[in-house]
Design a protein around this ligand. Structure first.
Ligand SMILES: C[C@@]1(CC(=O)O)c2cc3[nH]c(cc4nc(cc5[nH]c(cc(n2)[C@H]1CCC(=O)O)[C@@](C)(CC(=O)O)[C@@H]5CCC(=O)O)C(CC(=O)O)=C4CCC(=O)O)c(CCC(=O)O)c3CC(=O)O
Ligand SMILES: NC(=O)C1=CN([C@@H]2O[C@H](COP(=O)(O)OP(=O)(O)OC[C@H]3O[C@@H](n4cnc5c(N)ncnc54)[C@H](O)[C@@H]3O)[C@@H](O)[C@H]2O)C=CC1
Length: 329
C-alpha cells in the first residue's frame, strides 16, 4: 500500500477522536503534543484522558457520534473496539473528504500514524504502511539510540542562521555544498559535547571564510549491484548537482542518489575525448557544479576521456579519488 507521507500542522486545529481506550489515548497524546484541539467522543474517558479533560486540555462528548460533527474537524480518528462502527465512521468521513485514521483497519484509513523519533524540530517518521506496526516501532527504538538530542540543536542552529546563509550563498548549489561541509565538519561533534556556543562560533566562522570548492566530476564504476557501492560513492552520489548515468545502470542504484539531481542517461560509446557529452560534463564542472557520472564496469575509455576534457580546463577542477567500486577523476 503506497502512502504519501506528510507532516501536518495541527496547531489550533480541531481533531475528533472517537473511542477512549488505550489506543485512543496514545493518539490523543500525540495530537496534543502537536498542539491540536482534540475532541474525544466516547461514553466514558479512561483515567489518563479524564485527567487531561479535567485540565481543560481536551473536549469530551459523551453522546453518540453524529456524522454532522465531521464538518467541524480537520481530521478524525476512529479508535473504538467496534470494527463495524469504525468502518461506518470511515465511510462518513470519506463522503465529507475528511482524512480518517481507522485504528483497526489500515485499508480503510485515509491516513495512518507513523512511529516517531522526535528531535524537534527534526522528526523522523517511520511507516510500514500498515503491514507491520511492530516493525515500525522496533526501527524507531533503534533510531532513538542513534539520534541523540544534538540533531535537533543542529537543526535549530541552521534555522537561526538561515537568512544569513542564504545571503552569503545565493546559489543553491553553493549553499548545499556549504551545508554538507558543516555537517561533515566539527560543528555536530561540538553540539554532541554540549558546546553549543563553540558550535555556533564555528558555524559563523565558516560563514565568513572565503568561498572555496569549484565543481568536480566523479566517475563511479558500478556493476549493477547497489550492495557493491562504497560509502564514499554513496556520499558523492548524494552531493551531485547532476547525474549522468549509463542506460544499463540498475534503477535501484540510481534511487540512492540525490533525488533532486537531474538524471541524464547515456548509451555507449558516449565518453569519446571530444564527444559532446564529455564537453557538457566538463563545462558543468567548470561552472561549479558537482557532476557524477555513473558507468558500468568497463570505463577506461570514459575516465581517459573525462581526464582529457578536464585537463583542457587547466586543472581548476576538484578531483576526488576513491578506491573500490568507485573511481573518481
Ligand atoms: C494501520 C495503523 C493505523 C494507525 O495509524 O493507527 C495501525 C494498525 C494496527 N496496529 C495494531 C497493533 C499494534 N500497533 C502497535 C503500535 C503502533 N501502531 C502504530 C501505527 C499503526 N497501527 C498504523 C500503521 C503504521 C505502520 O504500519 O507503520 C504506531 C506506529 C503509531 C501509533 O499508533 O502511534 C504504534 C507504534 C508507536 C511506537 O511505539 O513508536 C502495537 C504495539 C503497542 O501497542 O505497543 C500493536 C500491538 C501488536 C500487534 O498486534 O501487532 C493492529 C492490530 C490490532 C489487533 O490485532 O487487535 C492494527 C490493525 C491492523 O493491523 O489490522
Ligand atoms: N492502531 C493501533 O496502533 C492499534 C490498534 N488496535 C486496535 O484498536 C482498537 C481499540 O483498542 P483499545 O484502545 O485497546 O480498546 P479499548 O477496549 O481499550 O477501548 C475501546 C474504546 O472505544 C469506545 N467505544 C466503543 N464503541 C464506541 C462508539 N460507538 N462510540 C464511541 N466510543 C466507543 C469504548 O468506550 C472504549 O473507550 C482495537 O480494535 C484494536 O484491535 C490495537 C493496538 C494498536
Amino acid at each position: 500500500m503506497p502512502l504519501y507521507p506528510l507532516f501536518a500542522d495541527l496547531r489550533g486545529r480541531e481533531v475528533l477522536v472517537v473511542g477512549a481506550g488505550e489506543v485512543a489515548t496514545r493518539k490523543v497524546e500525540a495530537l496534543l503534543h502537536a498542539g491540536a484541539r482534540v475532541c474525544v467522543c466516547a461514553p466514558e474517558l479512561g483515567a489518563t484522558l479524564a485527567r487531561w479533560h479535567a485540565a481543560a486540555r481536551l473536549e469530551h462528548r459523551p453522546q453518540a457520534f453524529d456524522p454532522d460533527w465531521l464538518d467541524a474537524f480537520w481530521l478524525v480518528v476512529a479508535a473504538t473496539d467496534d470494527g463495524v462502527f469504525n468502518a461506518r465512521l470511515a465511510a462518513e468521513a470519506g463522503q465529507r473528504k475528511r482524512l480518517a485514521n481507522i485504528v483497526d483497519d489500515a485499508a480503510l484509513s485515509t491516513f495512518q500514524v507513523p512511529a516517531i523519533v522526535d528531535r524537534a524540530p527534526l522528526l523522523v517518521a517511520i511507516s510500514s504502511s500498515g503491514a507491520a506496526p511492530m516493525l515500525a516501532r522496533r526501527l524507531r527504538a533503534q533510531l532513538e539510540t542513534q539520534l541523540d538530542a544534538s540533531w535537533g540543536r543542529l537543526a535549530n542552529l541552521f534555522a537561526r542562521h538561515r537568512d544569513a546563509i542564504r545571503q552569503r550563498f545565493p546559489e543553491l548549489a553553493q549553499r548545499r555544498r556549504w551545508y554538507d561541509a558543516i555537517i561533515d565538519g566539527p560543528v555536530p561533534a561540538l553540539l554532541r559535547a554540549d558546546q553549543d556556543d563553540a558550535a555556533e562560533r564555528a558555524l559563523l566562522a565558516a560563514l565568513d571564510a572565503p568561498v572555496t570548492g569549484a565543481g568536480g566530476v566523479a566517475l563511479i564504476v558500478a556493476d549493477g549491484d547497489p550492495e557493491q557501492l562504497t560509502l564514499r560513492a554513496l556520499r558523492v552520489m548524494n552531493q551531485a548537482d547532476v547525474l549522468f548515468h549509463h542506460d544499463g545502470i540498475d534503477p535501484g542504484l540510481l534511487a540512492l542518489a540525490r533525488r533532486d539531481a537531474p538524471r541524464e542517461p547515456f548509451v555507449k560509446p558516449f565518453l569519446k575525448p571530444d564527444g559532446f557529452l564529455v564537453e557538457r560534463v566538463v563545462t558543468m564542472a567548470g561552472q561549479g557544479k558537482r557532476v557524477v557520472v555513473l558507468d558500468t564496469a568497463d570505463t577506461d575509455a570514459s575516465s581517459r576521456a573525462l581526464s582529457a576534457g578536464l585537463e583542457k580546463h587547466g586543472g581548476a577542477l576538484e578531483l576526488i579519488t576513491c578506491a573500490g567500486a568507485a573511481r573518481f577523476l
